[in-house]
Write a protein of this length. Structure first.
Length: 267
């Protein structure tokens, strides 16, 4: 029997690539979008869901269960970027980022767990970010929201182990997607003390995304995790140096690692 997969944020970028790859592998895939009517040419079903609105989460999950009778894999992929000096990012934007990147996935997990517990089986994959392993300059809020999801997954894994439900994180580095166009950018203010360093860092970040890897690499990584009997808690996908930077954070003194980041961002 074909596994049923639900992917939040499945209409573009990594979510779309994962959905298409899994569909070609014979999975029954449902992607989600806040505006599903815009994606009528998708090779897998796109249904309505906004991770910041719990009523749409419940409706989407019930739609899949009514159609298929089960949900075998949930991929929490919906997320948004945010950049800017922390001092200058409006509080409302900080909260909005956490609503999508942290509270949203938690609420989707809460909504799907009763069905997976009923099945006595299931896999939940949280798409986080290598940025979540370190506090990056002018990406601090994004790092924090993704890092929070990484950590809470560790707790979730232990709490749901008796139900035969697995949970893991897959953290991508820079991939060639449209995330840069959809993220909140705190404006570069002419009278700001951060004007020059933030402006230069923003250009560097956008260049990294433009030069990023093909999202198909993430699709293959997710496929591999789905077919792993007992997935580990954390997976990283991306350039060697991006993954190695996590290792360096563990072994280098704090000040040395901080200096390495400052040199990388030319700050």
């Amino acid at each position: 029997m074909s596994k049923v997969v639900l992917i939040t944020g499945g209409s573009s970028g990594i979510g779309k690539s994962v959905g298409e790859f899994l569909t070609e592998k014979g999975y029954t895939v449902y992607g989600t979008s806040r505006n599903p009517n815009k994606y009528t040419s998708s090779i897998f079903k796109i249904i309505a869901l906004d991770v910041t609105k719990t009523e749409t989460i419940a409706t989407a999950i019930n739609t899949v269960i009514e159609a298929e009778g089960r949900i075998d894999v949930l991929i929490n992929n919906a997320g948004v970027g945010i950049t800017g000096p922390i001092e200058e990012i409006p509080e409302a934007e900080i909260k909005a980022n956490f609503e999508t990147n942290f509270f949203g996935p938690i609420n989707v997990i809460k909504a799907v767990l009763p069905q997976m517990r009923k099945q006595h089986a299931g896999l939940i994959i949280n798409i986080t970010s290598i940025a979540g392993y370190m506090g990056l300059p002018y990406r601090g809020i994004y790092s924090a929201s993704k890092g929070a999801l990484e950590i809470i997954t560790e707790a979730f894994r232990m709490e749901i182990k008796d139900f035969n439900i697995e949970m893991t994180n897959v953290a991508p580095g820079d991939f060639a997607t449209n995330i840069a166009s959809g993220r909140f950018h705190a404006p570069i203010q002419e009278n700001s003390p951060y004007q020059k360093p933030y402006g230069n860092t923003l250009k560097l970040m956008d260049a990294h995304v433009d030069e990023g890897k093909d999202p198909l690499l993430m699709a293959k990584a997710v496929f591999k995790v789905i077919n792993t009997k007992k997935p580990k808690g954390h997976y990283k996908v991306g350039e060697f140096m991006q993954k190695f930077s996590i290792v360096l954070k563990r072994i280098l003194p704090d000040k040395m690692y901080e200096k390495m980041l400052l040199n990388h961002y030319k700050l």
